[in-house]
Design a protein around this ligand. Structure first.
Ligand SMILES: [Zn+2]
Length: 234
């Protein structure tokens, strides 16, 4: 193989690595976003259970207020009953007191039930918070891994770029524009091996004079169909 084609092949290998690295680097923000999105459903669960807890606590307070109003009324009625001298009124007040006491009893039962519900919502909220903390830890680990990958790829990129600069010195300047153009238009494969008289880049059969040109290797030979620079594999 011609030395210049050999040098171009090594250059192409490094350029392909740079293209792959650039693609991987482009994907990193998506990986980061995906990792962070894992927290969203856990965050929502914490918000939901917290709201349910607050609502239930508010309900307990309302029942407490209702119960307290009944207690005040009962106290007032009892005082009225104590002060009255009319037997009829005494009996009527007694009925009213019984009715309010029954009411109060109902509110107290409701309050106990609601307080049990508060306990339930509190544990659900705690469980949701624990789950979020767990997920957060995992997400942080993922993000750290992604950051490490980013650093490694950046270091690789800098290394390969430096290598590429050195390799460029071995390639004749006249071929570089052709090589660059082919790298762009032929999806990062400017050079293709010739096999059984065919270009392995586009799989077209080559004409005899091109086959000869590649075999003698005295000058740069291109596929007459796709334009790729051809070489004989060793
Ligand atoms: Zn071709």
């Amino acid at each position: 193989m011609q030395d210049e084609v050999r040098a171009l092949l090594i250059l192409q290998d490094r350029d392909r690595r740079l293209i792959a690295l650039a693609k991987d680097l482009e994907k990193l923000p998506q990986d980061e976003a995906r990792a962070k999105s894992k927290l969203a459903s856990d965050e929502a669960a914490v918000t939901r259970t917290h709201q349910a807890l607050l609502d239930c606590e508010l309900r307990v307070k309302k029942i407490e207020l209702d119960a307290e109003t009944r207690r005040t009324t009962i106290k007032r009625l009892k005082l009225q009953q104590f002060e009255t001298r009319k037997n009829e009124e005494f009996v009527a007040l007694g009925h009213e007191i019984t009715r309010y006491e029954k009411d109060l009893d109902d509110f107290e039962t409701k309050e106990l039930e609601a307080m049990e519900e508060v306990d339930g919502f509190r544990s659900a909220n705690k469980a949701a918070e624990a789950s979020r903390a767990n997920t957060r830890k995992l997400v942080e680990e993922d993000l750290a891994t992604i950051a490490q990958r980013h650093q490694r790829m950046e270091a690789d990129r800098i290394e390969v770029m430096a290598e590429r600069e050195k390799l460029l010195a071995n390639v004749p300047q006249s071929v570089i524009p052709l090589y660059n153009r082919l790298m762009k238009t032929k999806d990062g494969r400017a050079i293709a091996p010739m096999r059984d008289g065919r270009c392995e880049g586009c799989h077209m059969k080559l004409i005899a004079s091109t086959v000869m040109k590649v075999q003698t290797g005295k000058e740069i030979a291109q596929c007459e169909d796709c334009g790729r620079i051809l070489y004989v594999e060793e």
